[in-house]
Each structure stands twice: as structure tokens, then as C-alpha cells.
Design a protein around this ligand. Sequence first.
Ligand SMILES: Nc1nc2c(ncn2[C@@H]2O[C@H](COP(=O)(O)OP(=O)(O)OP(=O)(O)O)[C@@H](O)[C@H]2O)c(=O)[nH]1
Length: 449
Amino acid sequence: MSVPVTILCGGLGAGKTTLLSQLLEEDDRDIAVLVNDVGEVNVDADLVEARTDLETGDEVVALENGCICCSLGGELSRSVIQLWKEHDFDSLVVEASGVGEPEPIARQFVRGPAGGPYDLDAVVTVADARLFYDTFVDGDEKPVRQGPDESGSRPIADLLLEQVEFCDLLVLNKCDLVSEAERDRVVAVLETLQPRADIVTTEYGSVRPDELLESERFDLEAARESAGWKRAVEASADHEAGDSLHDHGDSGDGESGDEHRNHGDGESGDGENHDHGDGESHDHGDDDHTHPPERYGIDVTTFARTRPFHPRRLREFLEDVPDGLVRAKGLCWIAGRERAAITMSYAGTETTLEVTGRWIASFSEQRQEAYRRGQPDMPWDEEWGDREVRLALIGRNLDQVALESRLEDCLLTDSEMAENWDDYENETPTAMGESTTISSGSAADRSNP
Ligand SMILES: Nc1nc2c(ncn2[C@@H]2O[C@H](COP(=O)(O)OP(=O)(O)OP(=O)(O)O)[C@@H](O)[C@H]2O)c(=O)[nH]1
């Protein structure tokens, strides 16, 4: 029997990982998860893994490539087919990166080699209620795509619309950040944009598992009529419109993913191999041969240093996040918190700093050695061990040099490295699970220990 697949998409920082972590915690089914992050820092995989009881973490697979659309033909299919061969599980959830377009991923499970062992169950889009309201619900008119600007890149708002249009279930998250009236207006707009989808409103991704798994929401016939799928199918090079989209070609044995490199170009339905030989992808189903991040003018960089942030300067930075920064996430070492590995997550206007683990260097020598034997590739500083700052920064029209220099200024100086860091005023959390939220644009913060 085919394994049902739920594809989870939604804007950067809308709450996909939060929702997924809850689902894994609450549901008894064996769920395999495939996550895809933008940039080099695979935060989502680490976060999801940390919150599951999986001993090996084998069932959480990270696509390292950073661009799910480029890895579609090769890595995505290969990963899910390998997963299916090696593990026994009831459901698969694919978390697309926040800049991923859902359609090429979904298409893999309907037409591509992964369509053999798997069966697309639902495409779920998580939307940020606050952001959606601020972006689209100003006037009475239905939001429309803006298309590329003079620089050729499309506004991120277009991607949000794409993700809304192309789904079976809409999860309107972050409803704590809008009033009831604002929420109702967002729901009304979403209903006009995607009449076929069910809508649930939530805070912190709290959705009943049955809404997400084996809900059988995906209906091929209905989907064919919907705008997003119509475009997907029309974009396909397959002219046999009357054929069943469930043409799995040679995929039934689960082997074909190794050879398929169909780049999500819509040609996979014919069951032939389309190896362009160079291992590069050229086409993502659109006419422009660009990756979604490029198409939306999104830049991704990594800021990695083996030096801690000064707690006050970091806070001041987070209260005044530069324009153009869309999303930041990763691990922070904050001076005075030598045990706590703190995950930073900035999305919308808020940054959460949450203790999600301990630095290995804060354990006894014996345990340090045991951990390090298990992870021989882990970078290790003679003095500070694994403590580090490692952030993925996602921006649009962002002055990267200025951003890097501002972050650099938040790190301890050479002379501060010699100070007693416990003397610093420091409101960052200390114990596992504790978090602090800092709002950009205001000096006030809310702490939830
Ligand atoms: N206020 C508020 N914050 C939320 C809610 N849900 C999630 N968050 C916070 O929003 C931030 C982003 O959440 P994630 O779950 O990491 O978002 P994501 O969609 O996985 O992000 P990407 O993978 O980068 O696209 C985190 O700091 C969450 O704690 C919510 O309902 N309300």
C-alpha cells in the first residue's frame, strides 16, 4: 500500500517547523519527515530532530542542497525512495523551505518516481496571519500577483499567493498576533483566493493531527480545476491531457529515483529518464530558468563565528533589525550562557531566543569525548569546544556587508573576552525550553520563562 504524503509549505517563518514539532509530539503514528532548509544551516532538521525521541534521527532526513526545486529530480526522489526502502512508517511529511514553491514538489508525488511508493494525501500551506493581514488586507480588492519589478525579481508576496493558491488545507497561524476582526478578514480573503481549501486558524501551529495526516484532502480531479494545479499541469511537457496523472513509469520498484533527474520540468510522467548528464537543473516548470530564491530576489547568507554575542548589544540589534532582513535562524552562543545552546528565530517582527540544548563543551570530559566520538566531523575549538554563533540570514534587497558588520559589532571584543561575563546584565534564557521574545521596532520585550 502506498504511504500517504503531506506536503507542508508556507512563507518564511510562518510556523511550519513549530507545527511539525507538535505533530511529531502528539501523534502516535510513525511519521517520517523530510525537511529542506534555505542556506547552509539546516536548522529545521536539527530542531525537528531535537524534539523527537528518535534515537538515531534516521527518520528525519535533511535535503542538504538548500534548493528543493533543484534537487527534485535527484535528491528528493532518491531520499524519499530510500527512506521507504529502509524504514517502516505510516506517513511521510515533506517540509518545504519557506521559499519553496509547492507545485514542483507535489508534482513529484503525482507524476514522478516517488509516485510509486507514495500517494499524495494533502498539500498544507501555513500562513502567518499578521503578515498576511499587513501585506494583503488593506483594501477591499482581491490580492493579485504583482509580477517581476524592474530588477526582474518578484515580490515575496507573489510567493505567498502561490502557496495559498496551491493547497488543500490552509493553516492560518500566529492568530495571537491579530485581533479577531483582523483574523476574520484574512479568512475571508483566503476563501476567495482558494475556495477549494479548508481553513483552520491556529496559534503556535496547534492543529489536530487528523487534519494533517491521512486526511485524503488531495483530490486529483478537483486539483486539476484549481488555478495552481492547472498551471502546473499546463506547464508540463506532457500533452496527453486525458491520461491519468498517476503514471508512475518504472518507479514501482523504487529504483528509478537513482537515475531520474527530471528537474521538476514536468516530463517525468512519461516514465522515461531525463538525465541531462550534467547533474544541473535547468527548468523549474516556469519559463525563467531561475531558482525561487533568485526569482524573488532573496539572498541567503551564513554568519558563523566562534565568539559569543554580548547580551546587551545583541538585544539592541534585535530591537532594531535592519530593513530587508526577512528571516534569521540558527544557534547562538551568548556570553554568560556557557551551557545553553540558544536557538534564535527571527520572523515577521519578532525574535525568539530559546534554549534548545546544551553545548557539548559544557558536559564532563568523559561525556564530551563520547559525543565527539559519535560526531567526528563536528568542528571543535581547543578553548571553547563546540560553542559558536551560526545563523542563516535570509533577506531581500539586503545590504549584506552592513548586516555582517552590525552582527560583528554584537560579538565580544578582544578585551571583553577577558572579562567576567557573569557580570553582564543578561535577560536571555538559561534552562532548556525557556524562551525570550524581542520585538523589533520597540524597546519592550516579553519574557516567557
Ligand atoms: N507569536 C507567534 N509566534 C509563532 C507562532 N508560531 C510560530 N511562531 C514563532 O515564529 C518563528 C518561526 O517559526 P518556525 O516554525 O520556525 O517557522 P518556519 O515556517 O518553519 O520557518 P522557515 O523554515 O524558516 O520558513 C519561531 O520563533 C516560532 O516560535 C504563533 O502562532 N505565534
